[in-house]
Ligand binder design. Sequence first.
Ligand code: ADP
Ligand code: MG
Length: 398
Amino acid sequence: MKLNTAAMRYLSSDDFRVLTATEMGSKNHEVVPTALIVQIAGLRGGAGVGNCISELAKANLIARVKNAKYDGYRLTYGGYDYLAIKAFSNRRTVYSVGNQIGVGKESDIFVVANEKSQKCVLKIHRLGRISFRSVKNNRDYLRNRQSASWMYLSRLAAQKEFSFMKALYENGFPVPEPIDYSRHCIVMSLIPGFPMRQLSSHEDPSVLYSSLMSFIVRLAEHGLIHCDFNEFNIMILDEPKSDDEQFVVIDFPQCVSVDHVDAERYFQRDVDCIRRFFEKKLGYVSDDYPLFKRDVKRVARLDIDVQASGFSKKMVKEFERAISESRENGEGSTNHEDVDELRDDDDEDDDEDDNEGDDEQDRGEGDEEEENGLLIEEGTLPGHDGRGQGQHSDRELI
Ligand code: ADP
Ligand code: MG
C-alpha cells in the first residue's frame, strides 16, 4: 500500500475541522451530506468549507459519493488513518512514521518513533480489505444493526487487540507492551526479534516447545485462547532472556474466551499448529502436549476483566460474527515486505476529540471496497533537521 504524506502534513486547521466533521457525520450516515459536514464543522462562510472539502478529496482523505441521492462524502481509509495518527501525535505517543514492516491480510504494520526516538510499532487494522466477503455474508445481520462498516469493524479489532494485550501484559505474559490506541490503530512496543517461521533450526527445540505449550495452557488458565497461535504470530527474541523467555506472542484480535462453545477445538488447533511446525521445520516430535479438558485449570478470568474494561459482550458478538470466516481459515496471514521510505513528522497540538461511544454506529458501505490507506511518499517530508519547521505558522502538521 502506497503512502502519501504530503496530504497529512499540509492540512490547515479548517481542513482538519472538516475532516473531523466528516468522521462524526459518518457515525450515522453512510454518505455524509455536504450540508451536515458544513453544519458540524461550524465554519463561517460556505466557500471556505467548499475549499476544505475539495482539498480533502484531492488528498483522498474523503471521497465524493456520486450515486447518492444527495451530495455527500465518506471518510476513506486514508482519512481515518490521518485522524488516528493525529491523535497519537497530539498525545505524544507517535512523532514519526518509518518503514512498513508487515502487510497482513487485515493489517498494515509500521515502525514509528516517539519524541525520544524510541521505536515502537503501529498496527493499522484493515478489516474491510480482504475479509470484506465475510462482512458481506453477514450483511443482513449487519444491516439490521447498522454497524458494519470497515471503519467500525477495524476499530473494534483495534480496541479488542489493545484490551487483550493490556490485560496479558499486566499479568506478566510475554506480549508487546500496549502503548496507545485510537480508532483502528494501536501503538505497541517493538519486539527485537523475528517471526518463528524464519527459524530453520534450534539448538534445543524441546525447551522452546515446552514453553510455547506452557504459554497456551497458562493463557487458557487465565480464560483465553489465542486462536491464531502459529509461527507467524510468535516472535523469537534476538537476545533471549532465559530458556523460558525466548519468545513474545503477538496478534490478538481473534482471541476467544475459554467459555466459547468451540473453545476446546480452538485450543487443540493452537496446540496442533505448534506441533506441526516443530515436526516439519525443526524435526522435533513429542507425545507430550496439552489437552484442554485434562490440563486447563482456571485460575483467572481475563476474558471477563477485558469485557469489564470496555470490550462489551455486544461488541464481542458483533466482532465475532464479522470475523468468523477468517478465524475458520485460521492460517498465518502475513507477508513481510520492506517498503517505502522513512518518514519524519513534525507535530503541533490541536484539540481533538477522540471520544467514541460504545454505541457509535457506522453504516455498511455497500459494495465499495476501500483502497486508500495512509499514504507515505518517498522524500515528501521535512526531517528532524529543521527543514520543515517553517510550516508551523499556518499549517497543521501531524
Ligand atoms: P496480522 O494481524 O496482519 O497478522 P500481526 O500483528 O501478526 O498482524 O503483525 C504482522 C507482522 O508484523 C508480524 O508477523 C511481525 O513480523 C510484525 N510485527 C507485528 N507486531 C510487532 C511488534 N510489536 N514488534 C515487532 N514486529 C511486529
Ligand atoms: Mg499475524
